[in-house]
Design a protein around this ligand. Sequence first.
Ligand SMILES: [Zn+2]
Ligand SMILES: [Zn+2]
Length: 164
Amino acid sequence: MSNALSHHNKKLRVPLPYDGLQFNGCKNPACSNFMVPPICEGHGNRVKDGYALTGSGRELAIRCKSCNTHTIVKSNKAIIEEYERQANYLRDNQTFCSNRECDNYRYSVEQHPKRYRSKGKGSSGNKRFTCKLCCKSITQRAKRCFQEGYVPLNCCYTVYNISD
Ligand SMILES: [Zn+2]
Ligand SMILES: [Zn+2]
């Protein structure tokens, strides 16, 4: 019954795409091999594609046979998870229409002010807006600074010129 596992385990030379995305490949935009995905399955350099494998373990890299650049082989899953973590974090610092069905769910007040109508300030002092598409009222989140190592640009140092 256990069919998938009883198959001869295919050897992977580079990680399979995750969510259809493969990040391993030549990163040189001037190269004809640029972002051409490598063949994932097979034994190292016995596979004939545009790449040769070098190193092993954490040092495993692919060398582009066309332009000779080395890139460390990375886990596609880890890259996507990191991207999603950062995207969620950015979302956390902006204000969006809270209606998931609404187009403005993806467009923040901060970056797309024309998609919202200002309604002044709420009792807590936070700015309030109405979504122009679905007419939902939303309150802008309070700005949070210095959290998890995130430093917003307006918190950067100001240098005063005292010589004049
Ligand atoms: Zn290349
Ligand atoms: Zn809306």
